[in-house]
Design a binder for this molecule. Structure first.
Ligand code: NAD
Ligand code: ZN
Length: 239
């Protein structure tokens, strides 16, 4: 059956070939840090300087990477797909945005956004959030010097969950790309899709914890698998 409504979930694996390291490399660390030392609210309370610097470096590193063929293929799919489509990314990089995807939700926040711990405002942010010679940067809404990375840390509620749940409930094909299936709630989306009666497809470098839950799994690098799959689904609707 030709699908009409698509939900696509992406993880760190889709950006790996652009040169953005994945979460749990072979050494079990993320850019040399234990995840719990940089990606929890407790870590930020304990050592705000370390955590701000960690995300400042990640934000600055975005200037040195470009979207790859997989990001571009998903942007083409978004532009040409005649039915409903939602791209849900766990990634905090801006590579889907730069490739041109429009129907896109960042469920774990964005490096290029700052969140005010005072008034709750989120605002586009390009530079560093750690202290400069002029002191800590101020919120553009309330003026408080309490900005933090707009990243959903472990123990915090992911963004856009209502919209994501509604899209999954209405989809007939769910595709998971470059994600380990280890971080919830995203790892549970395949179950929601199955409950909704959708077909499910995994595209990942190697078998993941979630592989047995998918109707079909293809293994290989995202820059090869994703453009091939996009060409296939667009051909099925005559594009
Ligand atoms: P993960 O690191 O846990 O898993 C990455 C997955 O990608 C693995 O299954 C791996 O086999 C696969 N992979 C690696 N290279 C690939 C390639 N070339 N092609 C296809 N697949 C490839 O990442 P996750 O599941 O996204 O969970 C990690 C969390 O880390 C997310 O919450 C995210 O917010 C955060 N994170 C984001 C970025 C980013 O924004 N690029 C980078 C690191 C971590
Ligand atoms: Zn504020």
């Amino acid at each position: 059956m030709t699908p009409r409504n698509l939900v696509i979930l992406t993880g760190a694996g889709i950006s790996a070939e652009s040169g953005v390291p994945t979460f749990r490399g072979p050494d079990g660390l993320w850019e040399g840090h234990r995840v719990e030392d940089v990606a929890t609210p407790q870590a930020f309370r304990r050592d705000p300087v370390l955590v701000q610097r960690f995300y400042d470096l990640r934000r600055a590193a975005l200037a040195k990477v470009e979207p790859n063929a997989a990001h571009h293929a998903l942007a083409r799919l978004d532009a040409e797909w005649p039915g409903e489509l939602l791209l849900v990314t766990q990634n905090v990089d801006d590579l889907h945005d730069r490739a041109g995807s429009r129907r896109l939700r960042h469920m774990h926040g964005e490096l290029k956004s700052a969140l005010c711990a005072g008034c709750g405002a989120a605002m586009p942010w390009e530079g560093d959030l750690s202290n400069t010679d002029a002191g800590a940067p101020a919120c553009r809404r309330c003026g408080a010097a309490r900005l933090r990375p707009d990243i959903v840390w472990f123990g915090e509620m992911p963004y856009h969950m209502e919209a994501i749940a509604a899209a999954i409930a209405a989809c007939d094909l769910f595709v998971s790309i470059g994600t380990s299936g280890a971080v919830y709630p995203a790892a549970g989306f395949v179950d929601w899709a199955r409950e909704a009666g959708a077909a499910t497809l995994e595209l990942n470098l190697d078998p993941s914890a979630g592989t047995p839950l998918f109707d079909e799994a293809r293994h290989g690098p995202a820059t090869a698998l994703v453009p091939a799959w996009v060409a296939e689904v667009l051909a099925a609707v005559g594009r």
